[in-house]
Design a protein around this ligand. Sequence first.
Ligand code: BGC
Length: 769
Amino acid sequence: MSWIVEEEGFDPGRVTTNGNKYMLGNGAIGYRGTLEEFDKDQLTATTLAGLYDKVGDQWREPINAPNGLSTRIVCDGEPLSLLTANDATHKQTLNIRNATFARETVFLTASGNRIELRTQRFVSMERLDLIVMKVEIRCANNCDLLVHTGIDGDVWDINGPHLEQYEAAEKEGVIGISAITHELRRTVAVAEGIVTDGEFEQACLKDDKTIKRAISIKCAAGVAYGFTKFVSVRFGEDRESVSDEAFASVRSAVSVGYEEHLNRHERQWERKWEQSDVAIEGDEEAQFALRYSLYQLHIIAPTASERVSIPARGLSGQVYKGAVFWDTEMFMLPFFLHSQPEVARNLVMYRVHTLDGARRKAAEYGYRGAYYAWESQDTGDDACTLFNITDVFTNRPMRTYFRDKQVHISADAAYGIWQYYEFTGDESVLLEGGAEAILECARFFYSYSYYKDEKLRFEILDVTGPDEYHERVNNNAFTNALVAKTIEIALRTLDLLEVKHPDEYRKLMEKLDYGNDLANLIRLFDDLYVPQPEADSLVIEQFDGYSKLEDVDLASLKTRILNKNEYLGGGNGLATSTQILKQADVVLMLHLFKGRYSREVKRANWEYYEPRTEHGSSLSSCIYALVASDIGYADWAYKYFLRTATIDLTGDSKQYVGTLYIGGTHPAANGGAWMAAILGFAGVHYEDGVVRINPSLPEQWQSIAFPLRIRGQSFNVRVTRNEVFIRAEAGNRSAVTFLVDGVHELAVEPGTSETLSASGQERGDGLAG
Ligand code: BGC
């Protein structure tokens, strides 16, 4: 039960939300959970990771490839579609264990026939260009069925059209469409091959952007008729070879067949769940929501490429320009680091490959080093525009400072690279460009900061922190703390290289001409101002002057809203002159540096900022859950955990701003759900070579069990209300010591397990396995 998302009946109002909720994907392709008879009006999409296009001066966004699953059925002249059917029963399911989507629809025709339609589809996790679908039709009475199935190139675009010069072709039974992207002239090719269960009459129909088969089936009452579609979706430079590859891929897929492809796909998924599944006892809702969140992360994780990362809306469409934000490093990376470090490696290497874009951005603003794109795409140049939001009152673009001033993005990128190194011990990322990226980020911060002679300290002025409602502020505590961390990381990187890789150290220092920078970094590290808790209240001021802003409560602020879509930040936004913040800011800092602050400080700040936070971003709730767990506010932690874990199941998030669709999936919240469960409730924390476990399970949970990878060693952990159990895999290199509740040390030898009970008693089984 805990693996199936399902829905009975058809509600046209849920078509868009269900497109997200029932999505399939494999990190290279995202296929929205729409039905076969749908088209661009229902936002069907085959989103490609890493291929972007720009038309005129509109936003650059990812490509939506022609839809290879498009299928329409006509029964005795009557089209069958849930969009027009008066009388139909419908059920759709997504099995998140093996990532398959299925529908079962029964259409009742005007002439009294009853047509059962069943389909099952998956986006192969084994062959990343491949989508496969099986279709079965059965009629109660004899009838003539006409099935139009093929490739629909008339796609949904937000700022398109991105594809042009369509060419359709049919070769030895395989049909295909190729087109060229508007800006970079890349080829996108989709080919489709079909295997039918019987001999049917077939014709090939082409028009401007589509190629279809018209299959005529003389249906005998009660007999099942079916076919399987194999669709390859590819892109690349050379039109001819990309198209040929798509055709060849389809041919080979056809020869392998549906069942075998499904088996291979399922094996990949089994492995994913082995590496990452979290089992919660005592709470079905939480169990399901958390698994579903992990499913969403798996379908968008780049398993085979370090040239792409995960966009803020995953692969659910072109929303948010398909851009990669800090969401990846700060909200998704932890899940991959602890379960699939090879994916984490791809994510951080993406920042290495986009370093030149970050250098260009720093130079553009007159700084040295690397200033990463706030909204990053293929090259690392910033896709964020200066006027990124439209004012609902004037319909004019508003000047925002996300691109210019959210400097913490460079700290987030450096932090991500270093986290990868710390968690895995894998130095290759540092040697293959990670060290260079870190040093360039540190250099950027030196060049951005100001030294105040009268205060004898460096300050970071004119920035926007995580709370986007307050732009261009001075000494944002979060930003300053992360800048300090970046400098520390840079200094540690240099130490590591100098000691362990002296040749690389020398080459890099020379290449970057870093001699003077080293001294600068040390000065910045020593003298950087990081806002501290205020003596009486223990509250850390979010930025200089924040406490002097109007202290209105959130409910009152909301009564001032005139238009439900109005933006609360920017120059005139309602929150700008108040203490209401968009999302976790100081509280996020308390999570990241949890070891540095006392419980009293964390409590004081959580209590101060929680009622003032609007949670206008899906990145906020999980952080409040994490810190709530840390300070013993279990009920609050649970409430915020559920909010973050259910976001893509309920679809309760803003879908449109004006006419602009801003919905889609929320991978940062999905990653946040994992963080709240494992780093929060189970209390796992790895830092400076020590793995800590400080559990604080929600009341209704009897236990939580999960796999854990740390520095290349694998464990299974189970935390109950009165025990912590850890099993180390036999293949581990050496014993690892876990520090439970801050006092009990559990050293777990490879191939053995250890249990610590509430009384503090330790038991080892000494057994292999
Ligand atoms: C948030 C950012 C986030 C972006 C993409 C914005 O609403 O304020 O922190 O990076 O959405 O998810």
